[in-house]
Design a protein. Structure first.
Ligand code: DSN
Length: 430
């Protein structure tokens, strides 16, 4: 008997095809990436690195991993690529383990300012096993470099993270490098969100300025879930052992056998990202985001929008995520700088254009999509987050019930489905 899972996969396929995927860290991979990911390479154990494996039978796997490393180095202009990290969080943890002694100090952008958990947040092991301090953003929402400099000089961190997950501006790696060099810290750029934009030439590359780059492979880069760790020329000059320190942190430090099917799929995606077509894609992602931002009355310089919904009421992020879900539009609730509501019931949403652009949507379509978003959001008016924290859970439960019966949302959802079905999904088709 066939597993029930295949029915569920079909159900999820339908959701992806008839909905509008606007979580900026999500994307659609090609049929070739899916082919490599679903291949027999998953059968093999390969602890170690090419040419130095613990088990036999790894001749072909060595060639595959070498090819992935070669493509990664070429695409980003790095000196040493590590392609085995299972995903972004283990990659960042391994870099921290490789460069900083437990108890040592790391510094990164605070979560509520758009940073990532793995840059030293208290709830992450990177904040539990290491000491961490955060810098933030100024009133304009941009990284406050005066604060970065002042904190770095005062605390002398061993590692500074230059990376984001919810930050709609260009990152100035040169400014980070000046500060890191002054205090003798390793500088690591986490470009998970923007790596596709970097290789597409629509965001400056961190490679000339930082010691190490990390990136997931499944966001704007449009590969399978996974990650790259790239050691730069600058990094190797500073510390010739840098690459081997991080490799040891990956294996045997943190992980076991690499996921060879994933490595192969990463290589396929890297090859795809070298094409002129990918450059066009990256540039369209940014153009689309700019139009979307303008239509929604906000601003962006990259692929994502961080939208404070104060115009709709207090603490509206969760309610917005619910109504948009019901309308067939997927976004995520997100804190905004200076968050006044709560991390779990925040004031904003985060949305972006990488996945929609992969379906061939352009500026004209972004105006239509913005119209759907605004139409759905009309339904949250009057449903401000209660000030009393005890009542919030019940409030959200009641709100969900009410919205499930909302006729306007049902109508918008039908329009969204009709619209979305006109655009084929890579790897799924039309
Ligand atoms: N990096 C997060 C995101 O941007 O969605 C996931 O960890």
């Amino acid at each position: 008997m066939q597993s029930g899972i295949f029915k569920l996969i079909e159900k999820e396929k339908r959701r992806q095809k008839y909905g509008l995927e606007m979580i900026p860290s999500e994307n659609f991979v090609s049929a070739d990436v899916l082919r490599a990911l679903g291949s027999i390479l998953t059968n093999k154990y390969s602890e170690g690195f090419p040419g130095a494996r613990y088990y036999g039978g790894n001749e072909v796997i060595d060639e595959i991993e070498d090819e992935a490393r070669r493509l990664a180095n070429k695409l980003f202009g790095a000196k040493h690529a590590i392609v085995q990290a299972y995903s972004g969080s283990p990659a960042n943890f391994a870099v921290t383990l490789g460069l900083v002694e437990p108890g040592g100090l790391v510094m990164g952008l605070g979560l509520s300012s758009g940073g990532h958990l793995t840059h030293g947040a208290p709830v992450s092991l990177t904040g539990k096993l290491f000491k961490a301090i955060n810098y933030g953003v100024g009133a304009d929402g941009r990284i406050d470099f005066a604060e970065v400099e002042q904190l770095a000089k005062k605390h002398k961190p061993k590692l500074i993270w230059a990376g984001i997950t919810a930050y709609p501006f260009i990152l100035d790696f040169k400014k980070f490098a000046k500060i890191a060099d002054e205090v003798g810290a390793y500088l690591v750029a986490d470009i998970s969100h923007i790596s596709g934009l970097v290789v597409g030439g629509v965001h400056p590359s961190p490679v000339p300025y930082v010691d190490v780059v990390t990136t997931t492979t499944h966001k704007t880069l449009r590969g399978p879930r996974g990650a790259l760790i790239l050691v730069t020329k600058k990094g190797l000059k500073k510390d010739p052992e840098l690459a081997s320190k991080i490799e040891k942190a990956i294996f045997p430090g943190l992980q076991g056998g690499p996921h060879n099917h994933q490595t192969a799929a990463i290589a396929v995606a890297l090859q795809e990202a070298m094409s002129p077509k990918f450059k066009k894609y990256a540039s369209q992602v940014v153009k689309n985001a700019a139009v979307l931002a303008k239509e929604l009355g906000t601003y962006t310089e990259n692929h994502l929008l961080l939208w404070d919904l104060y115009d709709y009421g207090f603490g509206m992020g969760y309610q917005a995520q619910i109504v948009l879900d019901l309308a067939g539009i997927t976004v995520n609730k997100n804190t905004v700088p200076g968050e006044k509501a709560s991390p779990y019931y925040p004031s904003g949403i985060r949305l972006g254009t990488p996945a929609l652009t992969s379906r061939g949507m352009k500026e004209k379509e972004m105006k239509i999509v913005a119209g759907f978003v605004k139409e759905a959001l009309e339904e949250i008016r009057g449903f401000d987050l209660p000030q009393n924290q005890e009542t919030r859970k019940d409030f959200i439960k009641d709100f969900k019930e009410k919205m499930r019966k909302n006729k306007n949302l049902k109508r918008t959802c039908l329009q969204v489905e009709k619209f979305a079905s006109r655009f084929p999904v890579p790897g799924i088709g039309s």
